[in-house]
Design a protein. Structure first.
Length: 491
């Protein structure tokens, strides 16, 4: 099959778009800025959902669902929050259509809503209005709720998975009796995201704090996991926010403490979205197609028969049936591609494009010799192995492939963290190497904005493990915050 994928070296952006479409992950829809997630792409997202959802429940959280529409007045109650989202909101103003008498459907001007509704860009306001009725005393706390939902942010420039007007995500919203509990929650959920990114997606992350300028609207602190893509740009893969008492005060959510005092609750929110699909693609994939880590791949092993006669096919079927049962008993997700509408070469190319970690090819000669051919997607290597002990070999290989994909990405990330001590060095590395640039910053919003205006680079985070180090800001020469921050161009 002809893959029709632009090479990464020729045009990285076009390579990404080609891959998303050719690998049947998603396509553009008839609605501006929105996408259709196709079955194979959604199967990967479902794997992400299932693994994360299980982890959320292990940490004591329950799922709920809140309205898609939010009264406009709710946004006015938390000033910094509404300011952060005002330019991205889709607004519902009417509730009825009518025929204009000429065969056209128009908005019925008499059906105007008394109050406009905002299509959910995030749910803090509607959720905290709801929590007011859930909380009376310390006995009602903590509230540990997560929501799987779609949200709308009216993006002008869109890219499949990375930035769309509508996208899928989860958003956790918790309420606590003390500041310490809320901060601990925000840190805990960042660790959940980091473990998922590295352990399942095989994407190495840097954990850190966002600067004041980059924090979530309405948060006192935003924790983030930052990842690095193969083109040297960063991608924010997940965030966890300590909201303090801002939303509790805005919506008057109080509780009676153990001491009998009326106090405002403390809040967090945290979320990841289908942007993780973009991170997965750009961190690992190559010019031949997707490269999926086995823990995430909807299909971990594909088996392709090669035969000429029905008798040969019957012998292969019997072998594959037994292998299938053995692999499924090991919880390995396997597909037997015995379609008679495509040649083996087409199937090889198709499953390579779709990133299946391991391919097993078995033909009539293999059946005579008691062998199969194994092809690894991560290294594109092939070897002939014995059928005896194949199930155990495959199980071990999947673990090896997972580790190899992670360490390859880790090596790339680590080799693209560059320390600089001057603005000239900074601009040179940004232009010619890319990646994360570790440098000193004076802690001011003004400096951060000036650097962004001049270079398009932003402070991705202040790493949690950054060592204390005296220095001067590369831009102003003023004393730094006492540690290096990470700048990068980002998606």
């Amino acid at each position: 099959m002809s893959k029709g994928i632009t090479s990464r070296s020729e045009d990285y952006s076009q390579w990404y778009n080609d891959l998303v479409i050719k690998a049947d992950l998603a396509e553009y829809s008839a609605v501006r800025g929105c996408m259709v997630i196709k079955p194979y792409g959604y199967a990967i997202w479902e794997r992400m959902q299932a693994i994360l959802d299980a982890r959320f429940k292990e940490t004591g959280h329950s799922n709920a669902y809140f309205p898609l529409f939010i009264p406009k007045s709710f946004f006015s109650k938390e000033a910094s929050h509404v300011e952060g989202f005002a330019t991205e909101c889709a607004v519902v103003t009417h509730y009825r259509l009518k025929n204009d008498g000429n065969g056209n459907i128009i908005v019925d001007e008499e059906a105007k809503l008394e109050e406009e509704l905002i299509v959910r860009p995030t749910s803090e306001t509607i959720i905290w209005n709801t929590y007011k009725g859930w909380v009376e005393s310390y006995r009602d706390l903590p509230i540990l709720v997560n929501q799987w939902a779609n949200v709308v942010r009216w993006e002008m420039r869109t890219r499949l998975f990375l930035r769309t007007a509508e996208f899928l995500w989860q958003e956790g919203h918790t309420a606590h009796a003390t500041q310490e509990e809320a901060i601990a929650e925000a840190k805990q959920m960042l660790e959940v995201y980091a473990e998922f990114a590295e352990g399942t997606l095989a994407v190495p992350v840097v954990k850190g704090n966002k600067t004041e300028n980059e924090r979530f609207a309405g948060a006192l602190d935003t924790l983030t996991i930052e990842t690095l893509m193969q083109d040297g740009k960063a991608l924010q893969a997940g965030t966890s926010h300590f909201l303090g008492q801002n939303f509790a005060k805005a919506f008057d959510v109080k509780f009676t403490s153990r001491e009998g005092k009326q106090e405002y609750v403390w809040a967090t929110s945290w979320g990841v979205s289908t942007r993780l699909m973009g991170a997965l693609i750009m961190a690992h994939s190559d010019d031949q197609g997707l490269v999926l880590p086995p823990k995430l791949a909807p299909i971990q092993v594909v088996i392709v028969p090669i035969f000429k006669t029905e008798e040969e096919k019957a012998n292969i079927d019997a072998f594959v049936d037994a292998l299938n049962k053995e692999l499924k008993a090991k919880d390995i997700r396997v597909k037997y591609d015995d379609r008679d509408t495509q040649r083996p070469g087409f199937k090889f190319a198709e499953w390579e494009l779709k990133g299946v970690p391991l391919r097993v090819a078995v033909g009539a000669r293999d059946m005579q010799n008691g062998t199969v051919e194994l092809a690894r997607r991560d290294t594109q290597s092939k070897e002939t192995v014995q059928q005896e002990g194949l199930g155990t070999l495959i199980d071990n290989l999947l673990v090896e492939i997972q580790d190899n994909i992670f360490h390859k990405a880790l090596q790339f990330r680590d080799s693209h963290i560059t320390e600089v001590n001057s603005y000239e060095e900074f601009k040179d590395v940004l232009e010619n190497k890319g990646g994360f640039i570790a440098c000193h910053w004076d802690g001011t919003v003004e400096t951060e904005k000036r650097v962004k205006e001049e270079t398009k680079a932003t402070i991705r985070c202040i790493p949690l493990d950054a060592k204390a180090e005296e220095g001067v800001c590369i831009f102003t020469g003023k004393p730094s915050i006492g540690k290096r921050v990470l700048f990068a161009k980002a998606y």
